[in-house]
Design a protein around this ligand. Structure first.
Ligand SMILES: [Zn+2]
Length: 512
């Protein structure tokens, strides 16, 4: 049985004007108390028993639960008479909890695939698993440092030292805990807060805490401003579209020469310098609800020029630099392999031909599998021929940027769908220009069957661009949750001859 604990003891001082005497978990979100939304979401995700830990105005929460029949077992526990904090409250009721349980805070709106998170927890054998995500304000968030294998190394509570370079990975306030790992801490008076006190203490004493990275929606409703924001996200469909149930659209991006300056092999964090305009470009793609996945070949690992800990620091530097501008990456994936042996200090078991090293498309395929990404609705942006090739093989739309190698590396044949100056132009293409052109193309085809469009004329650039856009439309038919209108075409045997002439110019005009 899956059990979830809701920490519902919060008073909600900062929400007083909206609560009018009610406790924080009963804050109305788009006309429904948050606690009701949480219980529904947990039920929909397979939770069978909810334990609600109450304190402030426990009577009102009990009334709410009694009067709102839920299709689930609910137990209310009062940790009173005095507030104990999130850790104190949970440690006090451990006797009522089962061997493994989920913990959520009473002030968060979420739509999380809980079974998937539980599975990850069990597979790792961790004492506790914490849901982490990057956000658009890491400088004033509690950050978590994670090693290359996803084990938590350190907690960095806000405020941070001004010169501290910490990766953009934030505790999102949802955990899976093993009761046996918490039992030794029960009865401790000093552990008040789960995130600030208990987990750091567990880590110091050798507990194994695992990161669970997720792009799914989870945000807190702690202030009136945040309540307004999550209501907006709920109404506009952002919450549902970020669910693992929904097919995701991704922008895969190369690292060196695309996001940061090309400086030979990068083996130290100080060598990371963002190219001009990159942070704003990444933020534009964040706002367009794309999942952003960096895919990078790192043969320096196989050669022994850089170890995994250093690579993690290099990536911390990258996400830190982006975070200063409110931009973030959902994931960074790297290939540590290299096919040729014969380097002093090399790591022999990484010297192999693999399926992840670009131009192979292994990193894109595994990310698509893990993150429920629709490759045909996705993009690959890079500066080298191997980036373009791996994107084409995976079936995503490809964009060559003229920074870094500018496609002149000559390693494989390079035949990109689009060629633009830099990341800023690439992001504008993906987030603004392509959607406009896809709409225009859809109008032009006027309901013709998309599978039966033949391109009649145009230059080779025109035809490539027209055909890439047409393929994107074909992939959207009836399946895209991001598409409000939906594309429905009439079945017909007729073939439509369409001219691609002028489409490369259209792109140039819209990008300028
Ligand atoms: Zn590899």
């Amino acid at each position: 049985m899956t059990q979830a604990v809701i920490l519902a003891g919060g008073k909600g001082t900062r929400l007083a004007e909206r609560l009018l005497g009610k406790p924080k978990p009963l804050i109305e979100i788009d006309g429904e108390p948050l606690l009701g939304r949480q219980i529904r979401s947990l039920t929909a995700n397979g939770v069978e028993h909810v334990v609600v830990l109450v304190n402030h105005r426990a009577d009102l929460i009990e009334d709410f639960i009694r009067s709102n029949a839920a299709d689930i077992r609910i137990t209310v526990l009062d940790d009173g008479p005095h507030p104990l904090g999130t850790a104190g409250a949970m440690l006090k009721v451990l006797d009522h909890l089962q061997d493994q349980f989920l913990v959520v805070y009473g002030d968060t709106l979420f739509d999380i695939d809980i079974a998937h998170m539980l599975e990850a927890h069990r597979a790792s054998g961790a004492d506790a698993t914490l849901l982490l995500h990057p956000n658009d304000h890491p400088a004033d968030s509690d950050l978590v440092e994670v090693d290359a294998n996803g084990w938590i190394r350190a907690f960095h509570g806000y405020p941070h030292a001004t010169d501290a370079v910490i990766g953009n990975l934030v505790n999102a306030a949802m955990y899976v805990c093993d009761r046996s790992a918490l039992l030794p801490w029960a009865g401790g008076e000093t552990l008040v807060d789960l995130a600030k006190d208990l987990f750091p203490a567990m880590l110091r004493s050798g507990a194994r805490l695992k990161a669970y990275r997720s792009y799914e929606y989870i945000k807190d409703a702690g202030t009136p401003k945040r309540v307004d924001k999550i209501e907006h996200h709920l109404r506009s469909g952002v919450v549902g579209r970020a669910s693992r149930r929904s097919r995701q659209r991704a922008v895969f991006m190369d690292r060196d020469g695309t996001l940061n300056k090309l400086k030979g092999y990068i083996v130290h964090p100080s060598q990371i310098t963002l190219l001009p305009g990159v942070a704003d470009a990444v933020r534009l793609l964040n706002d367009a609800e794309y999942r952003l996945v960096v895919v990078t070949n790192q043969p320096v690992i196989a050669r022994g020029d850089c170890d995994l800990a250093t690579l993690a620091s290099i990536h911390d530097r990258l996400t830190y630099e982006l975070g200063k501008s409110g931009a973030y990456l959902d994931e960074i994936r790297f290939c540590p392999h290299h096919p040729d042996s014969g380097y002093a200090g090399e790591v022999s078991n990484l010297k192999c031909v693999c399926s992840c090293r670009k131009p192979s498309d292994g990193m894109l395929l595994s990310a698509a599998e893990d993150m429920n990404i629709d490759l045909r609705q996705s993009w690959m942006i890079g500066d080298s021929s191997v980036d373009i090739k791996c994107g084409s093989v995976a079936g995503v739309t490809t964009v060559l940027v003229l920074t870094g190698e500018a496609g002149l590396d000559g390693r494989v044949v390079c035949d990109p769908d689009f060629v633009v100056t830099d990341m800023a132009a690439a992001a504008k293409l993906v987030a603004e220009v392509a959607p406009k052109l896809e709409a225009e193309l859809l109008d032009l085809l006027a309901g013709a069957p998309l599978q039966r469009v033949n391109i009649s004329d145009g230059s080779s650039d025109d035809r490539r661009i027209f055909s890439a856009l047409l393929n994107r439309l074909r992939a959207r038919v009836g399946v895209d949750p991001h598409d409000a209108t939906g594309i429905r075409v009439q079945p017909s045997a007729e073939v439509l001859a369409a001219s691609a002439s002028g489409w490369a110019d259209k792109v140039r005009r819209l990008l300028s």
